[in-house]
Design a protein around this ligand. Structure first.
Ligand code: URA
Length: 234
């Protein structure tokens, strides 16, 4: 990562202030004053006697408990972000208040933006229970119409019993799964996200978080980076 980006992500100031600080010789890298924006790997960066974090991009997965909202402030409900060690993070997609499970949070805004673009068709899998037996899953394969005239992308449903199963979507519309079931005169009674791309919630306890592994971060960059090339060719 470039020195200027490290300066900004460590909240030392803007890019302009970073350039000024470099010009004034206020930043050292491994105890040597730098005079230009250089690439930093694991070197020690110091600005105004403060050691800067040279890996400031953070990636977490958290197991959202029911009752928490995916917001930064809310007058009624606790916000999921308060369970994380850093308040300066952004949600990669949001779950409803009563939905539980996997949420990714990061301060890598470029990656977050790509992950939330509908063009990338990133699969998200949820375990669900529904009020009435779901005996015919063909409407999901064909794409269910919600909100009167919005056709959802085809979804994969696998049933464990008449009222329980998993559903995999490749888009993230507001209340999408609940609305799909309402369109079929059924009702979701519980919803729990277990996968996002290849990233699995696994045994992470409710309310706990962990950092994503290098492989998981690369996977997210890979699935978005690869398809972005295809999109720009269209
Ligand atoms: N679909 C929903 O209806 N709710 C969620 O929280 C996620 C997907």
């Amino acid at each position: 990562m470039r020195l200027i980006d490290i300066f900004v992500l460590n909240k030392c100031g803007s890019k302009k202030q970073a350039k000024k600080a470099i010009k004034k010789g206020l930043i050292t890298v491994n105890n040597t004053i730098v005079d230009e924006d250089i690439e930093i790997n694991d070197e020690t960066v110091i600005y105004e006697s403060k050691i800067l974090d040279s890996h400031p991009l953070k990636y977490y997965i958290i197991h959202k408990p029911s009752g928490y909202v995916c917001a930064n402030k809310d007058p009624h409900d606790p916000c999921l972000i308060t369970l994380l060690p850093d308040e300066n993070l952004h949600y990669v997609g949001r779950l409803d208040r009563d939905t539980t499970g996997l949420v990714i949070m990061t301060n890598d805004l470029k990656l977050r933006k790509r992950l939330t673009l509908p063009e990338f068709h990133i699969p998200r899998t949820y375990a669900f229970t529904c009020l009435y037996p779901l005996l015919d899953i063909t409407p999901f394969k064909e794409g269910i119409v919600i909100d009167g005239d919005v056709k959802c992308l085809p979804a994969i449903v696998e049933m464990m019993s008449e009222n329980e199963g998993t559903i995999t979507l490749e888009e993230g519309r507001y209340h999408e799964i609940k609305k799909m079931f309402l369109s079929l005169n059924n009702k979701i009674t519980s919803l729990h996200r277990i996968m996002y791309g290849d990233i699995s919630l696994g045994e992470l306890p409710s309310g706990s978080y962990r950092t994503l592994t290098k492989e998981e971060i690369n996977h997210l960059k890979d699935i978005t980076g690869r398809e972005l090339c295809n999109i720009s060719k269209k």
